[in-house]
Ligand binder design. Structure first.
Ligand code: KG4
Ligand code: ZN
Length: 345
């Protein structure tokens, strides 16, 4: 049994979590997430403010996670920390803190890729959300479609050519005058109408696409965002739910179809969703509806574990710790880095 502390500071959540476990048998002992509300004022994350807030919050957040788990520093076997991708200044706070704490205690540090963390989040709530599975990771900064043969072996099938799914939600929210982060607000507004008076094109979705085509799995959302921009120019408030609904329908159908293609090609019976947008109930329901016909089940995290949190970092860190991974003392932070464990197409 390993007891591991996870730390996440890649964007605008300061989070710490304690997990105990072995293999896929893991207990979540505590999870503290402090969301930096200050960015709402600016309608987006201001990097330097995020870094400074992490610096103020990191000590109390970690202390609280230890207290909630009823343990002290001496009970920890390792510390997992997000070291990429994300805002470098924000990541550096978590990385420096984790290294100092681990060095002081004489325990190892494990660097975790934030998107690999999202891949592990659902397993904390659903025992069956373990490989092999098809994964759709949809966050504010990334949109990745992966075939996961085993933990640590990821085949990258598709990604966004431009905006990430969450980013598209946030931009559309801004155009419709909704608060940041916009995803939940756009989802709610879209649900207020049964169907839309408008229809936007499905980006990168053509009926005659074949496996091997460059756009078979990739997605693109910037055209969709432009369609929303144009529609919103002449819109009255009465049109807003219809714009939100048309955007939502187009984005969901695109993601669902691309994921279904992967389920079919690789013959998977499980689909795991991850990232902030995975907390979208409409997406999860549409996905389940679609892949049921292929004999697959969808596993989606609750909103608390879908958005950024340290429990998923501790969970991915535990896997790497068990594999013998130990970060060197010069572990660094990177704004972008490929997810580790990628296997050839
Ligand atoms: O994974 P996450 O917390 O942070 C990143 O790693 O980027 O994802 C945040 C994103 C934001 O863009 C937010 O608008 C979106 O997830 N989001 C949603 C929903 N809840 C959060 N998007 C659509 N529907 C939701 N219910
Ligand atoms: Zn994230």
């Amino acid at each position: 049994m390993t007891r591991i502390l996870g730390i996440e500071t890649s964007c605008d959540e300061t989070s710490a979590s304690v997990l105990t476990g072995e293999g896929n048998d893991v207990t979540l002992d505590s999870l503290v997430i402090l969301s930096q509300d200050v960015h709402r004022v600016f309608g987006g994350v201001v990097p330097e403010i995020a870094s400074r807030q992490h610096l103020t919050a990191i000590v109390p957040v970690v202390e609280r996670a230890l207290a909630d788990a009823n343990i002290g520093l001496a009970d920890l076997d390792a510390i997992a920390v997000t070291h990429a991708p994300g805002l470098v200044g924000a990541l550096l706070v978590g990385v420096s803190f984790a290294k100092a704490l681990a060095f002081g205690r004489g325990i190892p540090t494990v660097g975790v890729h934030h998107m690999e963390g999202h891949l592990f989040a659902t397993a904390l709530e659903h025992r069956d959300a373990v490989p092999p599975f098809t994964a759709l990771l949809v966050s504010g900064g990334h949109t990745l479609l992966l075939d996961v043969e085993a933990w640590g072996r990821y085949r990258l099938l598709g990604r966004t050519r431009d905006d990430a799914a969450g980013e598209a939600f946030d931009k559309v929210a801004k155009l419709l005058g909704l608060p940041y982060p916009g995803g939940p607000h756009v989802e709610r507004l879209a649900r207020t109408v049964e169907s839309s008076r408008l229809r936007f094109a499905r980006p990168m979705l053509r009926r005659n696409q074949q496996p091997g085509d460059v756009d078979y799995y990739d997605v693109s959302f910037s055209g969709l965002k432009t369609a929303v921009l144009q529609a919103s120019r002449t819109a009255t408030p009465d049109d807003h739910p219809h714009i939100a609904r048309a955007f939502h329908d187009s984005l969901v159908e695109t993601l669902v179809e691309k994921t279904a293609r992967a389920v079919q090609q690789y013959g998977r019976t499980r689909v795991v969703l991850g990232g902030g947008v995975a907390g979208n109930k409409t997406l999860a329901a549409a996905m389940q509806q679609r892949v049921k016909r292929l004999g697959a089940t969808v596993y989606a995290p609750s909103p608390r574990l879908a958005t950024d949190n340290a429990a998923m970092i501790a969970r991915a860190g535990l896997y790497h710790f068990e594999q013998g991974t130990r970060a060197p003392l010069d572990l660094n932070a990177f704004a972008s880095l490929p997810i580790p464990g990628l296997v050839g197409a």
